[in-house]
Design a protein around this ligand. Structure first.
Ligand SMILES: [Zn+2]
Length: 79
Protein backbone atom coordinates (compact mmCIF):
# COMPACT_ATOMS: atom_id res chain seq x y z
CA UNK A 1 0.00 0.00 0.00
CA UNK A 2 2.80 2.41 0.95
CA UNK A 3 4.81 1.36 -2.12
CA UNK A 4 1.88 2.14 -4.46
CA UNK A 5 1.56 5.58 -2.80
CA UNK A 6 5.33 6.15 -3.34
CA UNK A 7 5.09 5.16 -7.04
CA UNK A 8 2.09 7.46 -7.49
CA UNK A 9 4.09 10.30 -5.87
CA UNK A 10 7.07 9.69 -8.23
CA UNK A 11 4.71 9.72 -11.24
CA UNK A 12 3.22 13.04 -10.07
CA UNK A 13 6.72 14.55 -9.62
CA UNK A 14 7.78 13.34 -13.11
CA UNK A 15 4.63 14.82 -14.71
CA UNK A 16 5.11 18.07 -12.74
CA UNK A 17 8.74 18.36 -13.88
CA UNK A 18 7.77 17.56 -17.49
CA UNK A 19 5.19 20.34 -17.45
CA UNK A 20 7.62 22.66 -15.66
CA UNK A 21 10.20 22.06 -18.39
CA UNK A 22 7.66 22.86 -21.10
CA UNK A 23 6.53 26.06 -19.35
CA UNK A 24 10.10 27.34 -18.92
CA UNK A 25 10.76 26.52 -22.61
CA UNK A 26 7.79 28.72 -23.62
CA UNK A 27 9.08 31.53 -21.36
CA UNK A 28 12.52 31.36 -23.00
CA UNK A 29 10.93 31.62 -26.45
CA UNK A 30 8.95 34.74 -25.41
CA UNK A 31 12.17 36.27 -24.04
CA UNK A 32 13.98 35.70 -27.33
CA UNK A 33 11.07 37.35 -29.22
CA UNK A 34 11.32 40.35 -26.87
CA UNK A 35 15.06 40.54 -27.54
CA UNK A 36 14.35 40.53 -31.29
CA UNK A 37 11.88 43.44 -30.82
CA UNK A 38 14.52 45.32 -28.84
CA UNK A 39 16.99 44.75 -31.67
CA UNK A 40 14.51 46.24 -34.16
CA UNK A 41 14.06 49.32 -31.93
CA UNK A 42 17.85 49.79 -31.89
CA UNK A 43 17.91 49.68 -35.71
CA UNK A 44 15.79 52.87 -35.82
CA UNK A 45 17.13 56.16 -34.51
CA UNK A 46 15.77 59.70 -34.25
CA UNK A 47 17.14 62.51 -36.39
CA UNK A 48 19.43 64.69 -34.22
CA UNK A 49 17.97 67.85 -35.81
CA UNK A 50 14.18 67.37 -36.27
CA UNK A 51 13.52 64.14 -34.28
CA UNK A 52 12.07 62.15 -37.20
CA UNK A 53 12.53 58.38 -36.75
CA UNK A 54 14.56 56.81 -39.53
CA UNK A 55 16.06 53.39 -40.13
CA UNK A 56 19.84 53.21 -39.98
CA UNK A 57 19.90 52.41 -43.71
CA UNK A 58 18.26 55.80 -44.48
CA UNK A 59 20.16 57.78 -41.84
CA UNK A 60 23.07 60.06 -42.65
CA UNK A 61 25.65 59.55 -39.89
CA UNK A 62 27.76 62.59 -39.06
CA UNK A 63 29.91 62.87 -35.91
CA UNK A 64 28.15 59.80 -34.36
CA UNK A 65 24.69 61.39 -34.78
CA UNK A 66 21.97 60.32 -37.21
CA UNK A 67 20.23 62.78 -39.54
CA UNK A 68 17.17 62.10 -41.72
CA UNK A 69 18.30 64.22 -44.68
CA UNK A 70 21.14 66.35 -46.01
CA UNK A 71 19.22 69.57 -45.14
CA UNK A 72 18.94 68.48 -41.47
CA UNK A 73 22.67 67.71 -41.48
CA UNK A 74 23.42 71.18 -42.93
CA UNK A 75 21.12 72.83 -40.34
CA UNK A 76 22.93 70.98 -37.52
CA UNK A 77 26.35 72.03 -38.89
CA UNK A 78 25.40 75.73 -38.66
CA UNK A 79 24.96 75.55 -34.86
ZN1 LIG B 1 15.72 65.57 -39.67
Amino acid sequence: MLLKLLIALIVIVVIYRWFGGRISFIDRKELSDAEQDFGQIQATSACANCGTYITEDDAIIYQRKAYCSQSCLNAAKKH
